[in-house]
Design a protein around this ligand. Sequence first.
Ligand SMILES: [Zn+2]
Ligand SMILES: [Zn+2]
Length: 152
Amino acid sequence: MTPGPSAPLGRALRARGLRLTPQRERVLAVVRRLGHATPDDVLAALRAEGGTPAVDTSTVYRALALLEELGLVARTPLDRRADSFHPVEHGGHLHLVCDGCGAVAEAPARAAGDLAADVLRRTGFAADVTHLALRGRCAACRTTTPEPPERP
Ligand SMILES: [Zn+2]
Ligand SMILES: [Zn+2]
């Protein structure tokens, strides 16, 4: 079995002179359970779990920002409204986000390998394509509405 979420989080926090609060631990556990979660998703999951102490939106935002700073979670814009957070160990795929219906599909990370290699060769920029979100139109939307709508 994998070790519980508290061990690496506790170490990372202590190295920064911070404490592992129950809220931070619960936020990380929820992100790990959901795989991808917006701050609203995290808040909804925590509220559904109940328990104490109660959490509010700003607690969730601060906890996610801290966990991101500590390198335990990362963010990807899967949704127009809010970034999604995911555990850093969850990164071996790309997301294909449909602008038509909002569906999110996954593709293997190697699909972006050629792109990253080409960008590196041309510009020297090493792109992080481990958990990229690509926007576009899914097969179903391309069939039902051939003309893409005006982008805002
Ligand atoms: Zn993902
Ligand atoms: Zn679609």
